[in-house]
Design a protein around this ligand. Structure first.
Ligand code: BTN
Length: 251
């Protein structure tokens, strides 16, 4: 750990006492590693950063692929007991987008987009602690493309942070995004999604655009409600969508 990493560790520790900052050269997936630890009863707060993942995972069983050093991949794990879980991934997205660049937009529910290309994604998973209770061990995984990659195999072409910030490097980006991300998670636990709603709208990549949901519903996107559900204006009226895949139809 160099001096900048030490400074990051102290910054994170000040926000969440006891939080450890851990770097590994390689793991299958930082989310999977923290899930294994949680299942083994290790529920301490940690931010685990991997230089390389051999089986990085995205939402809906997809893979998260990246060359070593080409992306920032980490997971934050900690016990959380928010009164309402809805909108957590949106709150995390808001914090990361704001920390990165004014051009970063949010594609409901979990993606970071620039110019309709995918800069990154968020994967949140939780585990119930063995002793029960309201808290769940919550794993917030973030993957960000830092240097350009081949886009042919992707439904949404990838975008790399270096296209916006030519000097961007994974470790420096970590130092930029980790404190606001942790702050957002802690703020969400206390106040829920409502304080993030307007901030999400300001970066909403779908606002006013025609969308198609995975259940076949078509309509136009009208932002999110105070719980983070996507509002879609359909032929049958306004529909609040809590979970679904959304594609943007070509205009
Ligand atoms: C998505 O685009 O569907 C979400 C991608 C999330 C990728 C990150 S990389 C760090 C963490 N570990 C994983 O295996 N996945 C998340």
């Amino acid at each position: 750990m160099d001096a900048a990493d030490q400074a990051l560790r102290l910054q994170l520790e000040a926000l969440r006492p006891g939080l450890a900052l851990e770097f590994v050269a390689e793991t299958d997936s930082t989310n999977s590693e923290l899930m294994r630890r949680a299942r083994a009863g290790r529920l301490d707060p940690v931010l685990l950063v991997a230089q390389r993942q051999t089986s990085g995972r995205g939402r809906l069983g997809r893979q998260w692929l990246a060359e070593p050093g080409a992306s920032l991949t980490f997971s934050l794990g900690m016990l959380l007991a928010p009164p309402d879980w809805s909108g957590l991934s949106l709150a995390v997205g808001v914090a990361v987008a704001e920390a990165l660049h004014p051009s970063v937009r949010l594609k409901w529910p979990n993606d970071l987009w620039v110019q309709d290309r995918k800069l990154g994604g968020i994967l949140i998973e939780t585990a119930a602690p063995p002793e029960g209770g309201p808290a769940r061990y919550t794993i917030v995984g973030l993957g960000l493309n830092v240097t350009p990659r081949e886009g042919a195999a992707y439904a949404t072409p990838p975008f790399a942070l270096r296209e916006l910030l030519p000097q961007a490097a994974p470790r420096a980006v970590l130092q930029q995004v980790a404190p606001p991300l942790l702050q957002a998670v802690l703020g969400f636990e206390q106040f829920g999604f409502a304080p993030f709603q307007a901030r999400f709208q300001a970066r909403d990549a779908l606002a006013g655009r025609p969308v198609r949901l995975s259940d076949g519903t078509v309509g136009s996107a009208h932002g999110v409600d105070s719980q983070g559900a996507l509002l879609v204006h359909t032929a049958a009226g306004m529909k609040a969508v809590a979970t679904a895949e959304v594609s943007v139809r070509p205009a």
